[in-house]
Every structure is written in structure tokens, then in C-alpha cells.
Design a protein around this ligand. Structure first.
Ligand code: SER
Length: 316
């Protein structure tokens, strides 16, 4: 049986991925971890659980030994908006932290490392519509710089040291269980909460801002599918394009209005508009489809219906 360590297990994706992985591989085989403080953050965690900082390589190595870890999934990261406020910290966590994972994997013969990249790996010179797998990677955010670096490092460790490193360029992820924090695509989650709570939302990007997005069940499926994929069939490794759906902020608001007719939205773009404008509108994910059979299930209508149903229950 695999022994899996999930780093960053209390974040938006990490929390749901940990639960999913425990369902699939057995709770005792999935060690979740976070840098957060259980008391000050009021965290309810399920064992096996460890508290450490990804930048602490010694502790990371000890945890791997203690549980005989053979697969590491790295979900620890500072996102794009927070990264612009603290670029050095973003580099330290996203790059130096990830290098610790790669080094420990190399030294201990860990069987697989899975780490996400992002649509933030692209930049203003990248073709924005149906962005190809192989294209210009010149991001203008520190988050994007760390993601491209992570892709390059991942691919380097595959080639140079034979470590099995896999990664996928997540679009904006929409979910109702754990809030995202510090990302540019966070408006696409916050809008649902505010639609239910206040019937109005002030959006920090323009109405015509179109970005690639994905509903959490698809994100979990993509992650597990890549995790399970046959290494010998992979031509790409740490940098798979991944698509779910694409819509503008205005189209998202209109879809919500179908369910909540008196929902109101206003647009007050802030510094995150420039970040959104530097990213693609839609993604060509044919490499993921060909190499590991990727296929999304949700579109804007089916996601919105489910988000609103689930949030109605949660916020009651
Ligand atoms: N959701 C992320 C962000 O907005 C993109 O990877 O920063």
C-alpha cells in the first residue's frame, strides 16, 4: 500500500484532497500536514497529522522516515495576490520549500512527487485563447515565476535524478468547503458566498475578465488521475495544461442570477485586475487528455447549481 504525505493539507485544495485520498487509500496511509497552528487557527485535524514548515528540510525528512512515506503531494504555496505583497516569502515557500521536497525525494528514493503549477505560469506574451501546452512562459507575478521555476525543477529532477515528479497547471479552483486565500481567482468563490448571504457582490475584476476555472470535484479527479497515471505513458511531467471551463465575471454573475434573480453585482477592479489580464482566457489540455485520459465533468451551469445548493446548506 502507498504511504502518502500531503503537505499544505489545510488549504483550499489540500483539505479536500486529503479527505479524498484517505477515502481511496485508507486513512492510516495518508499523512496530512500543515504549517498552521492548530490552536490559534482553531483547526480540527484527523490523525495521522503533522505540523511542520515545508522550509524545514530536516523535519520533512524525519516525517518521511517516521511514516515510511513513498509518495509526496505538495499543496503548500503562497498564491498570486499574497505573493505580490510578499514576493520573497512566496519564493521561499514555493521554490525553496519545493526544493526540499525534491531533495528528500531524491535522497530517500520516494516513488512519486506531485506538485501543482498554475495558469499563473503564463504571462502577457502567451497566446491567451486556447493556450497551447508548449508556449511562452514569461509570467509577470512572483507567484508565476515560482510556478515556472517549480515546473523546470520538477522536469530537471525527472531527467537528471530519475525522480517521478508530476504536476498540473491548475486553473482557478472553485469550491464550497475551504475558502481559497490570497489568489486572483478568489472572486469566483466569494461571489457565491455573497450572493447567498447578501444578494450582492463587489467584484475586484472587470465584468469582461475571462479566466480558466474548474470545480473542485474535477480538480480532485484530475489530481488523482495524474497521481495514478502510468509513468511510462507520460511524455510531459511537471507541467500539464489542465482545463475545466472558461467564463467572464459577467457570465458568472448572470448564471447566479438565474437562481437568485435579485442578485446584484458591481465591479471595482483593484491590483488583481492586472494579474488576471496577464493570464490566459482558455487552455488547450490535449496533452493531459492524451497522456492520462483527462476529461472534466462540470460546466458553469452544473457547477453553479451545485455550489448554490451546497452553500445554502452550509450557510444556513
Ligand atoms: N488560483 C490561483 C491564484 O489566483 C491561480 O493559480 O493565484
Amino acid at each position: 500500500m502507498r504511504k502518502i504525505l500531503i503537505i499544505g493539507a489545510t488549504g483550499q485544495i489540500g483539505s479536500e484532497l486529503s479527505a479524498k485520498m484517505r477515502e481511496l487509500y485508507g486513512r492510516e496511509n495518508v499523512v496530512a500536514s500543515t504549517v498552521k497552528n492548530a490552536e490559534t487557527e482553531n483547526l480540527q485535524v484527523e490523525e495521522p497529522f503533522e505540523f511542520f514548515d515545508i522550509r524545514d528540510k530536516k523535519r520533512l525528512a524525519e516525517v518521511c522516515d517516521q511514516y515510511r512515506i513513498d509518495h509526496i503531494i505538495n499543496m503548500a504555496a503562497l498564491l498570486s495576490a499574497t505573493g505580490e505583497k510578499n514576493p520573497m516569502l512566496a519564493w521561499d515557500i514555493n521554490v525553496n520549500g519545493f526544493l526540499n521536497v525534491l531533495e528528500v525525494a531524491k535522497e530517500k528514493g520516494i516513488k512519486q512527487v506531485l506538485t501543482p503549477s498554475s495558469i499563473a505560469a503564463f504571462g502577457p506574451e502567451t497566446p491567451r485563447v486556447n493556450t497551447p501546452q508548449e508556449t511562452v512562459l514569461r509570467p509577470t507575478t512572483m507567484y508565476g515565476v515560482t510556478k515556472v521555476t517549480g515546473e523546470l525543477l520538477g522536469n530537471y529532477y525527472v531527467k537528471k535524478f530519475g525522480v517521478d515528479v508530476r504536476g498540473l497547471r491548475y486553473p482557478g479552483i472553485i469550491s464550497y468547503k475551504t475558502l481559497p486565500g490570497g489568489g486572483t481567482t478568489d472572486y469566483a468563490v466569494a461571489i457565491y458566498y455573497d450572493a447567498i448571504r447578501y444578494k450582492k457582490y463587489t467584484c475586484f475584476v472587470r465584468e469582461d475578465t475571462k479566466l480558466p476555472m474548474m470545480y473542485m470535484p474535477d480538480c480532485l479527479k484530475a489530481t488523482v488521475d495524474l497521481f495514478e497515471a502510468d509513468f511510462s505513458k507520460l511524455k510531459h511531467h511537471a507541467d500539464f495544461n489542465l482545463a475545466g471551463m472558461s467564463f467572464t465575471a459577467g457570465e458568472l454573475a448572470a448564471e447566479i442570477k438565474k437562481h437568485i434573480p435579485d442578485f446584484q453585482i458591481e465591479y471595482k477592479p483593484d491590483f488583481r485586475q492586472a494579474i488576471a489580464d496577464s493570464w490566459p482566457q482558455s487552455i488547450d489540455d490535449s496533452a493531459a487528455r492524451e497522456e492520462w485520459g483527462w476529461k472534466p465533468s462540470y460546466n458553469l451551469a452544473t457547477m453553479t447549481e451545485d455550489m448554490l445548493t451546497q452553500l445554502e446548506k452550509k450557510l444556513k
